[in-house]
Every structure is written in C-alpha cells, then in structure tokens.
Design a protein around this ligand. Structure first.
Ligand code: KG4
Ligand code: ZN
Length: 359
C-alpha cells in the first residue's frame, strides 16, 4: 500500500485524441510538470483529426514527452508512486498507445497502474486546481462530449443530460468549417464572434423549453449552413463575423436553458447545497460561454468554477490527478485492463434518443 502521507509523484499520460501529453503531479496537488504536444498542424490539412495520423504521432512523441516531464519535475521513474494513463473513451489507437506505455512503466517499476476515464480527468480537474469538495454540478463541454453530471465522488456520477447528436466543440468545429474559419474551430469561431453582432441572424435554439437536460446542436450548425447558402457568393467578412457571433449566442442560450433544468434536478437532491457549478472540457475556454454562465450562476445563487484554459483542454495533469484520487482510495487497475473507445461516466444513465448519440 502506498504511503500517501509522504510526498508522492504520479505520472499521467493522455493520448485519446490529438494531444500527446505527460505530466507529473504530487499527491497534494502540485503540478510539477505538464507537457502537452498538440498535433493540430498534422491534422490541419484534413480539417479534422485523422485517427491513424494521431496514433502514429502519439507513438513517435510520447517517450520523449515523458522524459521531458520527468526532467521538469526533477524526478525519475524510481520516484513515481504510480502511473495513470487514459484508457478511454477516445480514438482507440491513441488510447492503446498511452495505456500500453503506462502499463509498461508500471510493470518495469513494479508500481500501481491506474487506467483513467478521460472524462473523469475533466470532471475532477477542479479538485486539483481549487480543492472543491463533492458534490457539485458539472457541465462537461468538449470536442467529443456535451454532458451535465452530478459529481458525487470519485467514480460516482449521475448523468442528467447528454447530446443527442453533435457535441458542443464539434458544433464549433463544424461551424468554423462552414464559415471558412479553419481548424481547430472553437477558438476561431470565438475570435470571429468577438467582431460580430450576435443578434443579426435569428438561429434556432435546439430543444429550448423542452423537458429534460439533453442537448442537440446539429440543427444549429445546419441553420448556419443555410444562411451561408442564402447569402451566396457575396458573403462579406462582416457577415461571417455576425454568423459566428449569432451561432455562439444560440449555442450559449441552448446550454443555459438545459442548465436551468439541471440546476432544479440538482437542488431536488441537494437543497442545501453545496451550490457549485463546474465547467470543464475544451469549450470551457470560451469567454462568451463563461460570461453567460457567470450571469446564470448569479441568478441561481451558484458559484461558477472554471479551471484555467490550459487545464480545460486535454492535458496529462488531469489524468495524473485522477491517479492521485484513485490511488488514495485503493482504486488501482490490473495490467489486463482493456482500452475502451466508449466509456460512459454513468453506465446506468438511460439512453438518450437521437441519431448520433454520444455516451
Ligand atoms: O477537451 P478538448 O481539448 O478535447 C476533447 O476531449 O474533445 O476539447 C476540444 C474542443 C474542440 O472542439 C475545440 O474546438 C473546442 O474544444 N474549443 C473551443 C475553444 N477552445 C477549444 N470551443 C469554443 N471556444 C473556445 N475558445
Ligand atoms: Zn477532453
């Protein structure tokens, strides 16, 4: 059993999408190193992540990123108490590379291995950055996921809502493509939106006013496409800015509408609080969304907590931190753990209907 009272070092590996990342975090939450290598340039010519290119790039770079993280943290393999690696959900080739690397280090050093659910990495980051206690309400908005969850504890989640088609980040990425704003779409749409008028185009607010907390964004993206087609070849730079801003407003509006129901459901279970809303995942870097949620939280008397942008997008520190949380509770894995392309945080959640439902 690991002695958690002494200063321990956890290595965290992330390779589930287009970031290769290695980090060293201590048991008391000090980020000693957090090295992230983005593959954006390799995927840019294709306008999206190509799984085979991602996997090849992870395998090429992971070793030296681990070496760099250990050097920055001023420690060695011999100092590690355990190694944690994303074991799903994500692009399976990349997940397997990070997970097998983690297992190999654990086997060679005879230390525990912890296979981390990538979504739990996003979900618990706020405990690394702000020492937030359980429970809290979580809006998880990333490229692959858009979910509202009650976080009760490590490994204990209740999913209140998910997307029935596109994830929020996916909607940003697809809208950016339609508007010719390039890849990756989120930051590009946000930058364009800052120069535009969000009230100019009346775009749909999917599922607004409907019961439940599920999301739908695919119709919103199609509405942007229809507007672009309607304007035709005369489309101006200002039209593009206004469309980006109108899209972002509609997306934020839909999210707030769904969050209002989620807050009610949370309060039914925790009428006396704590009243904390955490936002995590890559889209949490969006200033427009943060401003909307700040106003929303003021009205609802909730405290909004958003980790810094560098810890909202994919990174190894969040994976190492889940390692710390799980090691502390004796939740370690065998070296026979399988990589999983799909891995819901709340396996008991009733399935959401819809075309391309995300777990
Ligand atoms: O969490 P993340 O790094 O990877 C996944 O686990 O998916 O999220 C990436 C997603 C991408 O879709 C990206 O376009 C979006 O987050 N994103 C943003 C912003 N920065 C990243 N979306 C809106 N505004 C941003 N500033
Ligand atoms: Zn992520």
């Amino acid at each position: 059993m690991v002695n958690m009272a002494k200063k321990i070092y956890l290595l965290g590996l992330e390779s589930s999408c287009d970031e290769t990342a290695a980090a060293v975090v201590t048991g008391d939450g000090e980020i000693r190193a957090n090295v992230v290598l983005s593959q954006i340039e390799e995927h840019r010519p294709y306008g999206g992540v190509v799984p085979e290119i991602a996997a090849r790039s992870h395998i090429t770079h992971l070793d030296h990123l681990i070496a760099r993280a250990l050097a920055q943290a001023e420690c060695d393999f011999a100092d590690l108490a355990a190694v944690a690696a994303t074991s799903g959900p994500g692009l399976i080739g990349g997940v397997m590379i990070g997970m097998m690397t983690g297992k190999a280090i654990a086997a060679a050093r005879n230390i525990p291995f912890i296979g981390v659910n990538h979504l739990e990495g996003h979900a618990l980051t706020v405990r690394l950055t702000d020492k937030v206690d359980f429970p809290y309400l979580l809006l998880l908005v990333s490229g692959g996921h858009c979910q509202i969850l009650i976080v009760r504890g490590v490994g204990a989640y209740q999913r209140l809502g998910t997307t029935i088609d596109d994830a929020a980040g996916e909607a940003f990425d697809k809208t950016a493509k339609i508007l010719g704003l390039g890849y990756p779409g989120g930051p590009a749409v946000e930058a364009a939106a800052k120069l535009g008028d969000g009230t100019r185009f009346s775009l749909p607010r999917p599922l607004k006013g409907k019961p439940g907390c599920h999301f739908s964004f695919s119709g919103l993206k199609t509405a942007v496409l229809r507007q672009v087609e309607k304007i035709g070849a005369t489309i101006s730079q200002q039209d593009i800015y206004d469309l980006a801003a109108s899209f972002q407003c509609a997306l934020c509006d839909s999210i707030l509408d769904r969050m209002a129901t989620a807050v009610d459901l949370y309060l039914e279970q925790y009428p006396h609080g704590p009243h904390i809303l955490v936002v995590a995942g890559g889209v949490a870097a969006n200033d427009g969304l943060k401003t909307s949620l700040r106003q929303f939280c003021q009205q609802k008397k909730f405290t909004l907590m958003v980790p810094p942008a560098a810890l909202c997008t994919d990174n190894g520190a969040m994976i190492a931190w889940v390692g710390v949380e799980r090691l502390r509770r004796g939740m370690v894995d065998g070296l026979d753990l399988a990589a999983r392309a799909r891995w819901p945080l709340d396996p008991d959640a009733p399935p959401a209907g819809g075309a391309g439902v995300k777990a």
